[in-house]
Design a binder for this molecule. Structure first.
Ligand SMILES: NC(=O)c1ccc[n+]([C@@H]2O[C@H](COP(=O)([O-])OP(=O)(O)OC[C@H]3O[C@@H](n4cnc5c(N)ncnc54)[C@H](OP(=O)(O)O)[C@@H]3O)[C@@H](O)[C@H]2O)c1
Length: 321
């Protein structure tokens, strides 16, 4: 079984530095993949209301728990509050849905998925509602300040339904605003992070605030090819970038491992996703080599500020829907 290091959050809770990402994990094979992931050593599962597979994630987790492969307290189960549940009343509806889908009585981390408050959509009408839940796919917003949503998230911790709370896709200015008025400081920030989008200043500032950072889409364009996104198709694959390939050759590892190690050596958490069983171990077992400072700087040097997951641009043209 592969092992991962642990990161201590600002509330004293320790969570694995490497987890499994659940976005676009096929519904049909999801429960089995989660179960297999637990078998090979994954202990953190990064899910979300929006991923449409929380029932299957819960199935995989509960099978492993029942079979005694792992104890509940050894797992870090993560979910994210979708945009249409930002109203404090809706935050409660959301957590109840998450817990019931996962068949758990608490989760370990709950993030605000995006700093975007969209109009409430009842679960019976559409679940998950996605971005295009307005009339004719036009966004409809809800007038809820983030501070109110955060207060409701803090309430979930006080009720014991959630252990740690975080924010995702928040820019620096909004994080600063949240920190001014919060009772519970976010434990985690989750951001898109790969060599084409490094965001060094944001990372340095957030880490200095005692907030841990999870980087997502570590393989850059790779994940967005599945959505047929043009900027992902136009970008050079990070697996084929000359410098990444040459660093991989030097350490006798795959380019994928170089990209993941580049994150963990800089103190970030990672949550690679794969629908393939054979990649589970590869993505978890990355602590058997160390990049040099030069390797890290060279990889960071690929930064071109290329963001794939920006709803303000791609939501205008939902070509893949
Ligand atoms: N907060 C947010 O807004 C947000 C946004 C995006 C993602 N996330 C989270 O972050 C997780 C990871 O991000 P992601 O899924 O976008 O991207 P990712 O993990 O960087 O990349 C996944 C892609 O890489 C392929 N892949 C996986 N392991 C590989 C390997 N060892 N070698 C070659 N290819 C490999 C996968 O294909 P196969 O499946 O075929 O292996 C898939 O196409 C998500 O699952 C989700 O939990 C959060």
């Amino acid at each position: 079984m592969s092992k991962t290091d642990y990161i201590t959050l600002n509330n004293g809770i320790k969570i694995p530095q490497i987890g499994f990402g659940c976005w676009k994990v096929d519904q049909v094979t999801c429960a089995e993949q989660i179960y297999e992931a637990i078998k090979v050593g994954y202990r953190l599962f990064d899910g979300a209301m929006d991923y449409g597979n929380e029932k299957q994630v819960g199935e995989g987790i509960n099978r492993a728990l029942k079979e005694g492969l792992v104890k509940r307290e050894e797992l870090t189960v993560v979910s994210k509050l979708w945009n249409t549940y930002h109203h404090p009343k809706s935050v409660k509806i959301a957590i109840n849905k998450v817990l019931s889908d996962l068949q758990l009585d608490y989760i370990d981390v709950f993030y605000i998925h995006f700093p975007i408050a969209q109009k409430f959509v009842p679960i019976e009408v559409k679940y998950p509602p996605g971005f295009f839940c307005g009339k004719d796919g036009v966004w409809e917003f809800e007038d809820v300040p983030l501070a109110d949503t955060w207060k409701a998230m803090e309430g979930l911790v006080e009720e014991g339904l959630v252990k740690s709370i975080g924010i995702s896709n928040f820019p620096g200015a909004l994080i600063q605003d949240l920190l001014r008025g919060c009772k519970i400081k976010p434990q985690l920030l989750q951001i898109e992070h790969h060599p084409y989008l490094v965001q060094p200043k944001l990372i340095e500032w957030v880490q200095n605030q005692g907030i841990a950072i999870t980087g997502y889409s570590t393989f850059g364009p790779q994940s967005f090819l599945e959505l047929d996104m043009k900027n992902a198709k136009d970008a050079v694959s990070l697996f084929e970038q000359e410098s990444v390939v040459s660093i991989a050759k030097k350490h006798n590892v795959t380019p994928a491992k170089v990209l993941l190690r580049w994150c963990t050596q800089r103190g970030l958490l990672i949550i690679p996703k794969s629908n393939k069983k054979e990649r589970l171990v590869e993505n978890l077992q990355i602590n058997d080599f160390n990049l040099t400072e030069e390797d890290i700087a060279t990889t960071s040097g690929l930064d071109i500020g290329l963001r794939f997951n920006d709803p303000w641009t791609w939501c205008e043209i939902p070509t893949y829907i």
